[in-house]
Design a protein around this ligand. Sequence first.
Ligand code: ZN
Length: 383
Amino acid sequence: MRKAIAGGTIITPLDIYEDADVLIEDGTIIAVGPGVASGEIAEIVDVGGAIVAPGYIDVHVHGSAGHDTMDGTREAIEGMARFFAAHGVTSFCPTTLTQPAADIMASVRAVYECMENPIEGGAQPLGVHLEGPCIDAKKKGAQPEQHITTAAAIDYRQLFSLGNIKLITLAPEIEGNKALIAFARSQGAAVVVGHSSATYEDLEEAVRHGLNHATHTFNQMEGLHHRKPGTVGGVLLLDEIFAEFIADGIHLHPAIVDMVVRLKGPERAVAITDAISGAGMPDGDYELGGQAIVVKEGAVRLPDGTLAGSALTLDQAVRNIVEFTVAPLPEAIQMATLTPARSIGVADCKGSLEPGKDADIVILDDDLNVLKTMVGGEVVYEA
Ligand SMILES: [Zn+2]
């Protein structure tokens, strides 16, 4: 069955078409451009000039709406998926925390189950982002220190046994973690530096072994110094690395968001939320990996004040990028769609409005508020 979105300002995001259409057949985009919605079409949605963009993709997100990836249940992933749909997200990588391997594995299984039997009425999980446990305790942030370990000390192969790990955040400078870099790449996962004290030179070496991504750039990594470029210097300067950043105006000063965007460019800067279960909930007390956390005025903190993930949504991140940075709107959208898709190797079917790709689409008003979200051509959210 054919359906069409007609009369939109289409941001693919690499091209822009005014007063144009997206033609969809059986959940796949078959044509994009002015006048393509012709012939026999079962359903035409006229969007009256609204912005039509690829659905947003969040590759680093722990939870939302009271649910956490570490709950290890389908119900948690579904609850997150429905909340994300309301914020324009069509696919995401549920992100685990530094916890005992058995608990992480329960979450990997729950995500696998949601991939085998897709969630109705929500965003779709693309695979897991393992954040830890092979990180540096000195940069633990809100990752519980008692569960930090090295790859050499755990059976990390088991975590990859279902074939659904899309990213793994680790500290590549730690000797016991080095074998995991090449192994994770061989399993098709992005290898992500994060919660790390890696020097610039450590990072150059890790890139040679396959490291290609960075977790929340600047946060919980060795900072920039003019004689020691540190993890941050490597992330910003090594072209192989896709750099995640949290554009909530709390984790990074707006000028630093602009700096990341200018240095990495829209092809390598990846907008993420790093949201936790309290996202989309009233201010108050929540929990993250057995630790008490407080959500207050958009910030999430441990009792000692350490930032513990965010309450950001990806639609708000895109609005903030437009406000904080030099990037024009199509580039801001690119950083939340095509670039994350490329960073985890799914750009053959996700991340842009092109023939042959999944009809994962967000329709936005001029202020970039979400009007409608579609996954595989089906409406999963309507304002
Ligand atoms: Zn995180």
